[in-house]
Design a protein around this ligand. Structure first.
Ligand code: ZN
Ligand code: ZN
Length: 374
């Protein structure tokens, strides 16, 4: 099959010229026990892929990237109980073993064997099913590796969805929507009339805006440096849009929310933006961090404020999701017109054009771009 393989991190931009993702011929081994083979229909380009390409979040190489994807189950390994041939699935980029302590406690995002497999670049049971033209193994990306015509994944990495959802839309539920809406619904637990400020308006940030609008958050403040993204956020339900290049951003958010946001959601992956988000909350407010800063970045706040002002800082990985519960719910909201995630889809492209797509993402010229496979 054809697949986009990353062999070295930190290539110079523009990627359309340096081509860090090589389109290679890759062999996929048959699914092992508890695994399925999926014909990939669509795969989104996410900032987390870009962070591996530019080396800010190193992963074992060579690796077949792509973690936001959808497709059709075309082969079942031994013992697969939860999926059937022909099922349409969205991938969860954390596999969920269902047996470890976090899984048993209803927090599958923190699955321990899942995290270990993702760090190793392997599938949940440790297998590696990808081989290059020289029969050398390639690492899996977050148990998915969606930038390819087919994927072999653990059945614990796949969630069945409605079969008639268009693939370019369905893919978005695997990362942007699950992460952004989940940060609002699960991690923050926003209630109607509470104020929300979202910092960073990529696919995840705009999904957080959609989620906050669906929860009737008010005021709903959007912050970014790109005027087109701010205009889109206003279209999607933001009551106030703040250009972060101008003036004291935290003061503007506090003014828009009458003293500070109940929930400030940071999706930019910057400890500097996180500090601004924290400074934008009201007494008793909660700061949610969704973006992934480089591993050496630190974040500090006046410790007394956590006590005397009952401020909270919470991390939110993959929207604190329970994927088998949340993805069908968000799809249903989308179908009802309450979660217009199609507005996030700015480009569709062929696998051969994936490097140029990452240039657009790096330059802030795209929200969600999706590779479509025939
Ligand atoms: Zn992602
Ligand atoms: Zn687990």
């Amino acid at each position: 099959m054809r697949a986009a393989v990353l062999r070295r991190m930190g290539a110079a931009a523009p990627y359309a010229q340096s081509r860090p993702l090589a389109i290679e011929s890759v062999r996929l081994q048959p699914p092992g026990r508890g695994e399925v083979r999926v014909r990939v229909r669509a795969a989104g380009l996410c900032h987390s892929d870009l962070s591996v390409i530019d080396g800010s979040r190193p992963r074992p190489l060579p690796m077949l990237l792509g973690h936001e994807a959808t497709g059709e189950v075309v082969e079942l390994g031994e013992g697969v109980a939860g999926l059937r041939l022909g099922d349409q699935v969205v991938f969860s980029f954390v596999p969920m073993c269902r047996h470890c302590d976090p899984c048993a406690c209803g927090r599958p995002v923190l699955c321990e064997p899942g995290a270990a497999a993702n760090a190793a670049g392997a599938l949940l049971d440790g297998g590696m099913r990808l081989r290059d033209a020289d029969e050398a193994p390639l690492h899996h990306h977050l148990g998915v590796s969606g930038f390819a015509e087919y994927a072999v994944v653990s059945e614990r990495s796949a969630v069945r969805i409605d079969p008639d959802l268009p693939p370019a839309i369905a893919a978005l539920f695997g990362c942007a929507v699950m992460t952004g809406v989940g940060a609002v619904v699960n991690t923050a637990g926003v209630r109607p009339g509470e104020s929300v400020a979202v910092f960073g308006l990529g696919g995840v940030g705009l999904s957080a805006v959609l989620g906050a609008a669906a929860c009737s958050a008010w005021p709903l403040v959007a912050v970014d440096v790109v005027p087109e993204k701010l205009a889109l956020a206003r279209d999607l339900g933001a009551s106030h849009c703040i250009d972060a290049r101008e003036g004291d951003v935290a003061a503007q958010v506090r003014e828009a929310t009458g003293g500070g946001a109940d929930h400030a959601i940071e999706t930019a992956g910057s400890e500097r933006v996180l500090a601004t988000a924290y400074a934008s909350t009201r007494r008793g407010g909660c700061t949610i961090t969704v973006g992934l800063p480089a591993p050496d970045r630190m974040f500090s706040v006046p410790a007394v404020g956590l006590v005397a002002e009952e401020r909270t800082v919470k991390g939110s990985y993959m929207g604190s999701a329970v994927p088998h519960r949340d993805i069908p719910r968000y799809v249903a909201l989308h179908r009802a017109g309450r979660l217009p995630v199609e507005r996030l889809l700015t480009h569709t492209l062929a696998l051969d054009d994936i490097n140029a797509g990452f240039d657009r993402l790096a330059r802030g010229e795209a929200i969600r771009q999706v590779v479509l496979f025939d």
